[in-house]
Design a protein around this ligand. Structure first.
Ligand SMILES: Nc1ncnc2c1ncn2[C@@H]1O[C@H](COP(=O)(O)OP(=O)(O)OP(=O)(O)O)[C@@H](O)[C@H]1O
Ligand SMILES: C[C@@](O)(CCO)CC(=O)[O-]
Ligand SMILES: [Mg+2]
Length: 397
């Protein structure tokens, strides 16, 4: 397998509660989504490193010898525990022809790729001569953790190419996962990729992308939620573009400007995450309707808080109003400012009400779908375990 290449995937995520507050040391509850990002690595030869990212319109190719020189210029303090420095990123931007203040998806994706590739190869091996393609089922920049799923896939593939982690997939197996220790390494390098893309990420998104399932995340501490009931959730993409980096920076500004006003709001969001976790843990696996009113009220309160800290958007207000008119409760998920919202579908919601809500959301120009939650984290695949659409997308790349 190693010399034939590698197929790896990582899930997106939905944050139930705690987005933004988690950046400031509060708890977040997050679950892995049944929508994934896929990466194909092929061993190249010919001394070239090629990357193809159709989701953001990137196809780039570099000479490995040139990348070695670049790496040695900025290698002094590459480490998974140290943030990428402004100076390192400036050198990479100049090399890749990216403007100093660029924030477009393609620029950030190339920058994160170059940083991770050079940093990982400086620590564990040589710059690999490989051909990498990444394709995703996740909408980019919509609050579902597309940046983290991308960074997790890259971390796994690059660590594998530099022989820092093993290849657990045996002949004849469809999928395999890495050991806890290897996943910890993947997660810490994915966090570096998130740092390049986000500026100041909490680490919750890459933790879900790596470990999967449902988890509580606070200040780097990951606790897996053992008994999460099967929740039905409707995801709605308002299709309003936004940048997590800009939104996270905006919240920080507000906290600095009005600490006495904003800190209690973050404390309240923290208490909501706590309350939600207690309710989820008390619910049976297939809960009856009487458990849902508290979860619904927590959605409503948190949505108001997220508006207060400045990450709402008229499109998200509209989403909440439309679902409320069908008796359903929603909140934004991820960084907000547009992007996606989640709607809780309790077991007593009639199929008619859910269909009517979906129809009205689509009439607003939104896209909505139901998806599984609690999906597995970073996974290695045999090509026969991937469906035709994924294989086709990666082959075309
Ligand atoms: N499939 C992909 N290929 C390459 N780059 C990607 C891909 N998906 C996401 N990215 C990178 O991640 C960036 C989007 O990250 P951003 O954090 O703003 O949104 P998100 O991760 O989708 O939402 P959130 O952080 O709120 O969950 C894009 O601008 C791009 O640089
Ligand atoms: C907005 C935020 O809390 C979640 C983005 O999915 C940012 C982060 O935790 O890094
Ligand atoms: Mg992100």
């Amino acid at each position: 397998m190693p010399e034939r290449g590698l197929l790896v995937s990582a899930p997106g995520k939905v944050i139930l509660h705690g987005e933004h507050a988690v950046v400031h040391g509060k708890a977040a509850l997050a679950v892995a989504l049944g929508l994934r990002t896929f990466l194909r690595l092929r061993h190249g030869g010919g001394g070239r490193l090629c990357v193809c990212l159709p989701g953001v319109g990137v196809r780039r190719e570099w000479d490995v010898a040139e990348l070695r020189v670049l790496r040695d210029r900025i290698a002094a303090d590459f480490d998974e525990s140290k943030s990428p420095s402004v100076e390192q990123l400036d050198v990479l931007k100049e090399f890749a022809g990216i403007a100093a203040d660029a924030s477009a998806p393609d620029s950030l994706a190339v920058l994160a790729f170059l940083y991770m590739c050079l940093a990982i190869s400086a620590k564990y091996g040589d710059v690999p001569s490989v051909d990498i393609a990444v394709w995703s089922e996740l909408p980019t920049g919509a609050g579902l953790g597309s940046s983290a799923a991308y960074a997790v896939c890259l971390a796994a593939a690059l660590l594998h190419a530099c022989r820092a982690i093993s290849c657990p997939l045996k002949d004849g197996e469809a999928t395999a996962r890495w050991t806890e220790e290897e996943m910890t390494l993947i997660n810490s390098w994915a966090f570096q990729g998130e740092r390049v893309i986000h500026g100041n990420p909490s680490g919750v998104d890459n933790a879900v992308g790596t470990w999967g399932g449902a988890l509580r995340y606070q200040s780097g501490k990951i606790t897996s939620l053992k008994r999460v009931p099967t929740l039905r959730i409707l995801l709605t993409n308002t299709k309003v573009p936004r940048s997590t980096k800009v939104l996270v920076a905006g919240v920080k500004e507000k906290i600095v400007k009005f600490p006495a006003i904003m800190n209690p709001v973050l404390d309240s969001i923290d208490a909501i995450s706590q309350e939600c976790q207690s309710v989820l843990e008390a619910m049976p696996t297939n809960p009856s309707p009487e458990y849902y009113p508290v979860l619904e009220e927590l959605f409503d309160i948190n949505q108001h808080h997220l508006n207060v800290i400045g990450v709402g958007h008229p499109s998200l207000d509209r989403l909440c109003r439309v679902t409320a008119s069908h008796g359903l409760h929603s909140k934004l998920t991820g960084a907000g400012g547009g992007g996606c919202g989640i709607t809780l579908l309790p077991p007593d919601a009639t199929p008619l009400a859910v269909e009517a809500a979906k129809r009205d959301l689509c009439a607003c120009g939104f896209e909505c779908w139901e998806t599984d939650i609690g999906a597995p984290g970073v996974t290695l695949h045999s090509s026969s375990s991937l469906n035709a659409e994924v294989l086709h997308a990666l082959a075309e790349s």
